[in-house]
Design a protein around this ligand. Structure first.
Ligand code: NAG
Ligand code: NAG
Ligand code: NAG
Ligand code: NAG
Ligand code: NAG
Ligand code: NAG
Ligand code: NAG
Length: 345
C-alpha cells in the first residue's frame, strides 16, 4: 500500500514547490488569466514552472524581476479584467487595447502607485468609469475610447494632476464635463467626441494652458464658450454637432498653432471674428450650420494654408470678399445657403 502512494506523494511535492517558486507577480498574472481569456498560444507560454513571468509573452520586468508592464495589445484576448491586476504593485503600463474584453474596469486599478499608462481602447468594456481609477496622480496617459462605457466622467478626474492625454471618445458617457478638469493643468489632449455629454463646458478649461487638442464634437453640450486662452497652444479645436450658443470667441485669434477649427451645427450667432485672420497655420475652418451673421471677414484671406472653408447654412451677408482669391491652397469652399451677394472673386 505504501509503495503505491509514494509516486503520488512525489507528484504532489513537485506541484507545491513549483508553484512556490513562481514569483508573486507571476501568480498574480495566472490569477488574472482565470477571467481574462488568453489565446492558447499565449496561455501555454505563461508557464507556471518558470521562476518569474519576465519571459512571458506581453510581460515586461524591471531589473528586480518585478512586472512593470503588461502589453497584450491586439492579441485576441477576451473575458474580463479582474481586480488581480493590482497585485502587480510595480505596474506602470497596462495596454490591453484592440481586444474583446468585456465587463467593467476594476476600481482597484486606482490603487497602483506607479501607474502611468492605461490603454484599454477598442474593447467591449461597459459600466461606469470608477471614481477610484482617476484618484491617481501618477497617470499620464489614459486611453479608454471605443468601448461601451456609460455614466458620467468622475469628478476625481481633477486628481490626475500629471495627466497629459485623456481619450474618452466613442463611448456612451453622459452628464457634464466636471469643472475639476481644470486641475489637470498638464493636459494636452482631451478627446470627448461621440458621447452623450451635456451641460455647459466648464470655464476652468482656461486653466489648461498647454491644451493642444480639444475635441468635444457629437455630444449635447449647451451654453456659451466661457473659457479662454491668452497664450493658446490649441492645434485642433472642435465642438461640432452640439448646442453651443453665443459668439465665436475672438481669443481664437491667439491660437497661432491652430490647424483645425470645427464648430459645425451649433447655435452660434454674431459675427465671424476678424482675429481668425491671424491664424497662419489654419487648414480647416468649418463653421457651417449656425446662425452667424454679418460679413465674411476679408482677413480670412490671410490664412494662406486654408484648404477647407465651410461657412454654408448661416445668415452671412454682404459681398464675397475679393481677398479670398489669395487662398492658393483652397480645395473646398462652401458658401451656399447664406445671404451673400456678388460673385466668387
Ligand atoms: C514565451 O515566449 C518567449 C518569446 O516571446 C520565449 O522567450 C519564452 O521562452 C517562451 N516561454 C515559454 C515557456 O514558452
Ligand atoms: C471571474 O469569473 C468568475 C467565474 O466565471 C465570476 O464569478 C467572476 O464574477 C468573474 N470576475 C470578474 C471580475 O469578472
Ligand atoms: C466579443 O465577445 C462577445 C462575447 O463577450 C462575442 O459575442 C463577440 O462575438 C466577440 N467579438 C469578436 C469580434 O470576437
Ligand atoms: C479641482 O477643481 C475643483 C473645481 O474647480 C475644486 O473644487 C477642487 O478642490 C480641485 N481639487 C481637486 C483635487 O480636485
Ligand atoms: C488635427 O486635425 C487634423 C485634421 O483633421 C489632423 O490631420 C491632425 O492629425 C490633427 N492633429 C492632432 C494633434 O490631433
Ligand atoms: C505652423 O506649422 C509649422 C509646420 O508644422 C510649424 O513649424 C510652426 O511652428 C507652426 N506655427 C505656429 C505659429 O504654431
Ligand atoms: C443641425 O443638424 C440638424 C440635423 O441635421 C438640423 O435639423 C439642424 O437644422 C441643424 N442646425 C442648424 C443650425 O443648421
Amino acid at each position: 500500500m505504501k509503495l503505491v502512494l509514494w509516486p503520488w506523494f512525489l507528484l504532489f511535492f513537485t506541484l507545491v514547490t513549483s508553484s512556490w517558486s513562481l514569483s508573486s507577480d507571476g501568480q498574480a498574472l495566472l490569477a488574472l488569466s482565470r477571467n481574462l481569456t488568453l489565446p492558447s498560444s499565449i496561455r501555454s507560454n505563461w508557464s507556471a514552472s518558470d521562476a518569474t513571468p519576465c519571459t512571458w509573452y506581453g510581460v515586461g520586468c524591471n531589473v528586480r524581476n518585478r512586472v512593470i508592464s503588461l502589453d497584450l495589445t491586439s492579441s485576441g484576448v477576451s473575458g474580463s479584467l479582474g481586480p488581480e491586476v493590482c497585485r502587480l504593485k510595480y505596474l506602470q503600463i497596462l495596454s490591453l487595447s484592440g481586444n474583446n474584453i468585456s465587463g467593467s474596469i476594476p476600481p482597484e486599478l486606482g490603487n497602483l502607485k506607479r501607474f502611468s499608462w492605461l490603454s484599454l481602447y477598442i474593447n467591449s468594456l461597459s459600466g461606469t468609469i470608477p471614481e477610484e481609477l482617476f484618484k491617481n496622480q501618477f497617470l499620464e496617459q489614459v486611453y479608454l475610447h471605443s468601448n461601451q462605457l456609460s455614466g458620467s466622467i468622475p469628478f476625481s478626474v481633477g486628481e490626475m494632476t500629471n495627466l497629459k492625454s485623456l481619450w474618452l471618445h466613442e463611448n456612451m458617457l453622459s452628464g457634464a464635463l466636471p469643472a475639476s478638469i481644470g486641475n489637470c493643468t498638464k493636459l494636452e489632449e482631451l478627446y470627448l467626441l461621440n458621447n452623450q455629454l451635456s451641460g455647459s463646458l466648464p470655464e476652468t478649461l482656461s486653466e489648461i494652458k498647454g491644451l493642444r487638442v480639444f475635441d468635444a464634437s457629437y455630444n449635447s453640450f449647451t451654453g456659451e464658450i466661457t473659457f479662454s486662452f491668452e497664450n493658446c497652444k490649441l492645434e485642433n479645436f472642435s465642438l461640432s454637432f452640439n448646442y453651443i450658443k453665443g459668439e465665436i470667441p475672438s481669443w481664437l485669434g491667439n491660437c497661432r498653432s491652430l490647424i483645425e477649427l470645427g464648430l459645425v451645427n451649433n447655435s452660434l450667432s454674431g459675427k465671424i471674428p476678424t482675429s481668425l485672420g491671424l491664424l497662419s497655420n489654419l487648414t480647416y475652418l468649418i463653421l457651417s450650420q449656425n446662425y452667424l451673421s454679418g460679413p465674411i471677414p476679408p482677413e480670412i484671406g490671410n490664412c494662406q494654408l486654408l484648404q477647407w472653408l465651410e461657412l454654408d447654412a448661416n445668415q452671412l451677408e454682404g459681398t464675397i470678399p475679393k481677398e479670398l482669391a489669395n487662398l492658393g491652397n483652397l480645395k473646398k469652399l462652401f458658401l451656399f445657403d447664406n445671404r451673400l451677394s456678388g460673385t466668387l472673386p
